[in-house]
Design a protein around this ligand. Structure first.
Ligand SMILES: Nc1ncnc2c1ncn2[C@@H]1O[C@H](COP(=O)(O)OP(=O)(O)OP(=O)(O)O)[C@@H](O)[C@H]1O
Ligand SMILES: [Mg+2]
Length: 453
C-alpha cells in the first residue's frame, strides 16, 4: 500500500522536476568527464612521447648530458644496457629506475600506467623506449602524472556549478508553471467553498485554456446546475405539499369552529361527514407523499411475473365505473414487477380517465416487440400539448380538474411515472384524435418474449 503524500502538489511536482534535472545533469557530467579524460590522457601521452623522442635523439647523436632539461614537468630517466641510470631529469638523479617495463621484441615502445606501491608518488603514465646502440639496448623512461578520474578540480567545480544552476532554474520554472496551472483549481475550490444552499445560483470560474481543468470546471458547473434544479424542485414540492396539507386541515377546523358557535343548531352528523371528507383528503395526500418518499429512497419492490391483461380485468371487476370501460386485452402480456404498485398505477390512469371522460373509457393491453403496452384513452377534454409533461410534476392539477373535483391530490401521475420508471419503462401522454391517451410501456418479461414451442 502506498502511503498518501501530505506534501502539496506544487512541492511534489517541483521535487520531481528537480530530481529529473539533477539525474540528467549527473549523466551528462559523467559522459563529459569520461570524454575529456580520454582526450586529456591521449594528449598527455603524446606530449610525454615527444619529450622521450627528443632524448632519444640525444642518445643517438651521442650528445646525452647527465642532467636532462625536459619541458612540461615530465620525468625522464635513461638506462644503459646494464640498467644503470646514466641521465635523468633533476628530480630523478641518483634514484633507482622508475620502471622495469620493457617493450616486446617487435615493438620499440610501450605505454603503461604505474600506480603506487610501485615506488611513485601517484599514478603516472610511462612511455618506455628501447634504443638500439652498438653496446646493447638502452631504455628511455618518460613519465607524466596520470590524468585523475575527475580530470581536474576546476572541471568538477564547473560541472557542479552548472548542475546547481540548472536544478535551481528547473525548480523556479516548475514551481511557477505548476502554480499557474493550479491557480484555476484554487479559484474553483474557493468558489465551491463559498457556495451554500441559499446561493445556489453561483458557478465556478471556467478557465480559458481548453484542458482538463476547464473540463473539471464545466462538469462542476453542470453538476451545480442539476443540484440547483433539484433544490428548486424540492422547494416547490415542499411549498406545494404544505399548501395542500393545510387546505383540508383549515377546512376541517372551520367546520368544527362553525359548529361549536351554535352547537344546539348544528347538524352534527353532517358536520362529521364534512370533517371526515377533509380527513380522507388529508389521508390521501399523506399516503401519496409516503409512497413518493419510499420511491425516492429507492425502496425495494417485489419482483413477480404480472399479467397486465389479468391485472386490468381484476381492477375493472372490483369497482363499477361512472362510464362504460371498453377493453382490448392481449393475454400473456406479462411483465416483471410489483403487482401492488402496478395495479395502483393502472387504477390511477383509469380513475383519471373516468373522471375526465365524456361518455366512455378504453383500456388496451398489447405487445409491441419486446415491450408491453398499456393504453388508457377517454373521450373527455384531453390534456393540452403544453401540459403533457406538467401533469407529471408533483401537485399539478390543471384548472379544469380543480373546478371539476376538489378531491385529487395531483400526486397520482407523478407516482405512476415513477413506478413505470422503477420498472424500467415509461409513462407518457400521447396524441389522440379525442380526449387523453396515456401510454405505459414496460419491458416484457423474458417468459412472454420467448417464442412458443
Ligand atoms: N385523462 C385525463 N384527461 C384530462 N386531464 C387529465 C387526465 N388525467 C390527468 N389529467 C390532469 O392531470 C392532473 C394530474 O393528474 P394526477 O392523477 O396526477 O392528479 P389527480 O388525478 O388530480 O389527483 P389524484 O390522482 O392524486 O387523485 C389532473 O389533475 C388533471 O388535471
Ligand atoms: Mg389521478
Amino acid at each position: 500500500m502506498f502511503k498518501r503524500s501530505t506534501w502539496p502538489l506544487r512541492a511534489r511536482m517541483t521535487l520531481l522536476a528537480c530530481s529529473v534535472m539533477a539525474l540528467a545533469c549527473l549523466l551528462v557530467s559523467v559522459l563529459v568527464v569520461i570524454g575529456v579524460r580520454g582526450r586529456a590522457t591521449d594528449y598527455a601521452r603524446d606530449r610525454t612521447g615527444k619529450e622521450a623522442l627528443k632524448v632519444l635523439h640525444l642518445v643517438k647523436t651521442d650528445r646525452l648530458p647527465p642532467v636532462l632539461d625536459v619541458e612540461n614537468d615530465i620525468a625522464v630517466q635513461v638506462l644503459d644496457p646494464r640498467g644503470h641510470v646514466v641521465a635523468a631529469t633533476p628530480d630523478l638523479l641518483g634514484k633507482a629506475p622508475m620502471a622495469h617495463v620493457v617493450p616486446g621484441p617487435d615493438n620499440p615502445l610501450t605505454t603503461r600506467r604505474l600506480c603506487p606501491p610501485e615506488g611513485l608518488d601517484g599514478c603516472m603514465d610511462i612511455v618506455a623506449f628501447r634504443v638500439y646502440q652498438p653496446d646493447g639496448h638502452w631504455m628511455i623512461y618518460a613519465a607524466d602524472d596520470a590524468v585523475p578520474w575527475y580530470v581536474s578540480g576546476s572541471m568538477v567545480t564547473f560541472l557542479l556549478a552548472m548542475t546547481l544552476l540548472l536544478v535551481l532554474l528547473t525548480a523556479l520554472g516548475a514551481s511557477r508553471t505548476v502554480s499557474r496551472t493550479l491557480a484555476p483549481v484554487g479559484a474553483i475550490r474557493a468558489e465551491l467553498a463559498e457556495i451554500t444552499a441559499s446561493d445556489t445560483g453561483r458557478r465556478v470560474p471556467v478557465p480559458e485554456n481548453r484542458d482538463e481543468i476547464r473540463l473539471l470546471a464545466e462538469t462542476v458547473n453542470a453538476t451545480l446546475q442539476r443540484l440547483d434544479a433539484a433544490l428548486a424542485q424540492m422547494r416547490r414540492f415542499t411549498s406545494d405539499a404544505s399548501h395542500d396539507l393545510r387546505s383540508p386541515i383549515t377546512a376541517a377546523r372551520t367546520q368544527v369552529e362553525e359548529a361549536m358557535l351554535y352547537p344546539d343548531e348544528t347538524d352534527w352528523p353532517a358536520t362529521a361527514r364534512k370533517v371526515l371528507a377533509s380527513l380522507d383528503r388529508l389521508q390521501a395526500i399523506v399516503t401519496d407523499l409516503l409512497e413518493l418518499a419510499a420511491m425516492d429512497a429507492g425502496a425495494k419492490k417485489s419482483d413477480e411475473c404480472v399479467d397486465l391483461a389479468a391485472l386490468v380485468s381484476a381492477e375493472l371487476r372490483r369497482q363499477t365505473r361512472r362510464v362504460p370501460v371498453h377493453t382490448e386485452l392481449t393475454g400473456g402480456t406479462t411483465v416483471n414487477g410489483d403487482p401492488l404498485r402496478l395495479s395502483r398505477l393502472v387504477v390511477n390512469l383509469i380513475d383519471n380517465a373516468e373522471r375526465h371522460a365524456a361518455t366512455a373509457v378504453t383500456v388496451i393491453v398489447r405487445k409491441d416487440g419486446p415491450t408491453a403496452v398499456l393504453e388508457v384513452r377517454d373521450d373527455g377534454a384531453g390534456i393540452p400539448p403544453h401540459h403533457r409533461e406538467t401533469v407529471f410534476q408533483r401537485f399539478t392539477r390543471l384548472d379544469a380538474a380543480r373546478s371539476r373535483d376538489a378531491g385529487g391530490t395531483g400526486l397520482g401521475l407523478p407516482i405512476a411515472r415513477q413506478t413505470a420508471e422503477a420498472h424500467g419503462g415509461t409513462l407518457t401522454v400521447e396524441d389522440s384524435p379525442r380526449g387523453a391517451r396515456l401510454v405505459l410501456r414496460l419491458p416484457l418479461s423474458p417468459k412472454a418474449t420467448r417464442p412458443p414451442r
